[in-house]
Design a binder for this molecule. Structure first.
Ligand code: SF4
Length: 315
């Protein structure tokens, strides 16, 4: 790992621990590391040049070996007066928190809400427990009359994706374009979701996309509690069948429904919740993102978190 990547990893970890941001413009790597406390105060004089940190195992001194930080030279450049050399002493290991064998996500990120137990049945007495495939469940949804929404909708929108998809995105309900096509997230918000997934190297084929409600509420009004209660067994059965490694709840409604809470979305973000043992990350709904571009950055952070949890062997 080079110096830049090491600094980036370190900064990300400080942020995950809740520390304020550091402004790095015009700061050298060593100044930034020193400001972060990764280097001993005074070990590096201002504007003093140091050689680039080398990848462990590429030769060089013992300081290049994993777990041992590189030497920080004390000799000043020719344009500057020599800085007094501090007595030789071991510098702290800046990679202490990035040891690859450690469960970084589980250890560093605040644990969120816990709903259900790992390997538990998602929904006791689920009326669709015998429906064993996504395709069969979609057919049941298309013929559903459990709430009045089927009467006003054009098409049911069961969801797109396959069993075994690593990431499952869950939104609120179909909109107008979804109602016309029978597919989730195909309007403007859906196109944005596709871009968001692309930012973490996922295509729509890699994920399962669904909504809490499978039919569109008239005029895109908010779902009623009765409608949510009637439709929830479908989503729960989809989760049971797909068995995603991570769930990404898109927007307040999906997040609060899955986590059974009224906590605002802003306070649900940035944590790894557990939904019957499945890590669940909360982010803004792409439609809300279209209305409020200021949420792009937090959304970016959320999907990066989802990606890290997805990649972690210690989920
Ligand atoms: S919204 Fe859900 S519960 Fe209501 S009719 Fe459609 S599939 Fe059935």
């Amino acid at each position: 790992m080079d110096a830049r990547a090491r600094l980036r990893a370190y900064l990300e970890q400080r942020r995950e621990l809740g520390e304020d941001e550091y402004v790095l413009d015009s700061m050298s790597v060593e100044q930034a590391l020193s400001a972060l406390g990764a280097l001993q105060t005074g070990a590096v004089a201002p504007r003093q040049r140091v050689p680039a940190l080398r990848e462990p195992g590429t030769g060089g001194s013992a300081a290049d070996r994993p777990g041992i930080p590189p030497n920080i030279p004390t000799q000043a450049s020719t344009e500057e007066a020599p800085a007094p050399s501090p007595p030789p002493q071991a510098a702290p290991d800046v990679r202490l928190e990035t040891a690859p064998e450690e469960p970084m996500v589980a250890r560093k990120l605040p644990e969120g809400l816990v709903v259900g137990q790992p390997n538990g049945t998602l929904f006791e007495e689920n009326p669709f427990a015998d429906v064993s495939s996504i395709t069969a469940l979609a057919k049941v949804i298309e013929e559903c009359t459990r709430c009045p929404l089927y009467r006003t909708a054009t098409h049911a929108v069961p969801g797109d994706g396959r069993k075994g998809a690593g990431l499952m995105c869950v939104g609120e309900a179909p909109g107008a374009t979804e109602d016309e096509t029978g597919h989730p997230f195909v309007g403007a918000a859906g196109q944005l979701l596709t871009k968001i997934l692309g930012a973490i190297q996922l295509t729509r084929d890699d994920v399962f996309i669904a909504n809490v409600l499978k039919h569109r509420p008239p005029g895109n009004r908010n779902p009623t509690p009765d409608e949510v209660r009637a439709c929830s067994p479908y989503l729960l059965r989809q989760i049971e069948i797909v068995r995603p490694r991570v769930i990404l709840a898109l927007g307040t409604f999906a997040a609060q429904t899955l986590l059974d809470t009224k906590t605002p979305i802003g306070k649900l973000r940035g944590m790894v919740h557990r939904y019957f043992g499945v890590p669940l990350i909360v982010t803004y709904h792409p439609a809300a993102l279209l209305r409020n571009p200021a949420w792009k950055r937090p959304t970016w952070e959320d999907v990066q978190l989802a990606r890290r949890v997805l990649d972690s062997p210690h989920r």
